[in-house]
Design a protein around this ligand. Structure first.
Ligand SMILES: [Zn+2]
Length: 484
């Protein structure tokens, strides 16, 4: 493989196995890019152009779309190397789990908003945040969502109760304004303390702003444990009533007593999909990660601390070890460490694999970029699906795995002209070695880039070449098709 001119948006990738993102079988071809767009797909050896990248033995596919991120603030700061770009991700969906950076002015964000940082809530409107993205031009493309929990913190006087009618309509107004400004939709996270008191009626009231707008609604379920059936029903009902394109976030079931229940949840989702628009996202690991919660931590077999404001030196250690050294119960030790973040080992391999294989499942990392010792999903998600799950475990064909990261999310989020390799489409492209690709990030060493991703092009600009970041401003904020 030779190196093409770094600056040009005109080049030919020659002789790669093209996996085009639709789920169809690979074929060998030359892909010609002109002015940042795919201009032709020619039989191998026939693609004409000046800057040629020899790519035989490699796979060429559309840039990956990370459908579930908390990168709202990460995109506004220079980050080298970028954890998503090193995996072949060209587009991220931000503002998930009810947590968006805007619109909110505060220096004391309650957990879990502080997962995005503390002194970063400086955008008084969603439009201001979008303008900041446009001005800075991040290294990858952005699909922004606005978060219900952020709106609650801004508008609901007492977070321990459900919103009043006036507060509900203030939140709904703000959702409508965000959609006008360019948000793709709304996310919710009624599992988390600042939104837990929100009733289904409050969700319906806020989500009413999505009606008739072809908007997305990404929902972190109220309960992913014993009461998952009721929580799933609530999400499906709210999605249907608001006529939104519903995404069930990071679908999983937690707690050993619930292992295996994805059989039922996926069946319920399949049933619902006959009547309404619903899909899901999932990360390829058996441990979850979120804010440190003493209740949850004391009920989980194994817990790793990702950050602690009071005891930063304990990041990366197991809660059990810390509790023993303090002579405290798990619950008391967790309380002393809070506010903080943690990794919880509470899922079963069979559930993770069943969800990954489901035809409605997209890949979303749910990575937490500001944790001191993050969950390895931040750096490893996409290569892990390609290497560990597709090649090594043969859980799903490479074409299917790639479809879940490209064509499927592009269709669900309405990203016209992206997610597949076709003439006229934006040249978001990844070139990788199918024999070599693997994730290297682990729970012990979580921020190690993957292997085997050779080149990443964002809007036709070479953004990453053999692990080295080339273009840092090739991305753009994507515009929902309804407002373009
Ligand atoms: Zn999340």
């Amino acid at each position: 493989m030779s190196e093409a001119s770094f600056a040009s948006q005109n080049f030919v990738i020659r002789g790669a196995d093209v996996i085009d993102g639709t789920g169809s079988a690979r074929f060998r071809a030359d892909v010609v890019v002109t002015d940042g767009r795919v201009s032709a797909i020619a039989p191998a050896g026939r693609g004409m152009g000046r800057n040629v990248v020899e790519a035989s033995g490699m796979v060429l596919c559309p840039g990956f779309i990370d459908t579930h991120t908390h990168d709202d603030q990460l995109l506004l700061q220079p980050t080298l190397p970028h954890p998503k770009l090193t995996q072949g991700v060209c587009t991220v969906v931000t503002g998930n789990c009810g947590i968006s950076l805007a619109p909110l002015l505060t220096r004391a964000p309650p957990a879990p908003l502080d997962l995005l940082g503390r002194d970063v809530f400086v955008h008084n409107t969603f439009r201001e945040y979008l303008m900041a993205l446009d001005q800075l031009q991040p290294c990858i493309n952005v699909v922004p969502l606005i978060g219900h929990t952020t709106l609650r913190v801004r508008h609901v006087e007492d977070l321990g109760r459900t919103a009043t009618l006036a507060e509900m309509s203030a939140m709904a107004n703000e959702v409508a304004q965000a959609l006008d400004a360019g948000a793709f939709g709304l996310s919710t996270g009624v599992y988390y303390p600042p939104a837990r008191a929100a009733t289904t009626e409050e969700l319906l009231g806020v989500c009413a702003a999505l009606k008739g707008r072809s908007a997305m609604l990404a929902m972190h379920l109220r309960d992913e444990g014993d009461n998952i059936d009721a929580a799933l029903k609530e999400a499906l009902d709210v999605g249907a009533a608001s006529e939104a394109d519903l995404v069930i976030s990071h679908h999983k079931v937690v707690g050993p007593q619930n292992h295996g229940r994805t059989l039922e949840t996926l069946q319920a989702i399949d049933q619902a999909a006959l009547k309404q628009s619903v899909c899901l996202d999932c990360y390829p690991y058996e441990a979850s990660s979120t804010m440190l919660n003493a209740e949850k931590a004391s009920r989980t077999k194994e817990v790793l601390i990702t950050w602690s404001q009071a005891y930063p030196e304990h990041s990366g250690k197991s809660l059990k070890t810390i509790a023993e050294s303090w002579g405290l119960s798990l619950h008391a030790a967790a309380q002393r460490l809070m506010p903080g973040g943690a990794i919880y080992f509470a899922m079963a391999a069979e559930d993770v694999e069943r969800v990954l294989q489901h035809p409605l499942t997209m890949i979303g990392s749910d990575g937490l970029p500001h944790d001191h010792r993050p969950h390895p999903r931040l750096w490893g998600t996409f290569p892990r699906v390609l290497g560990h799950y597709s090649r090594d475990k043969k859980l799903l064909p490479l074409e299917t795995a790639i479809h879940k990261m490209t064509g499927l999310p592009a269709r669900r989020f309405g990203l016209t002209g992206r997610g597949t390799i076709a003439p006229g489409n934006s040249a978001d492209l990844v070139l990788f070695d199918p024999l070599e690709v693997r994730d290297n990030a682990s729970y012990d060493a979580p921020d190690v880039p993957s292997t085997g991703i050779h080149a990443v092009y964002v809007n036709g600009h070479l953004a990453l070449w053999r692990g080295k970041q080339i273009a840092s401003h090739a991305g753009r904020r994507l515009i929902p098709s309804r407002t373009s």
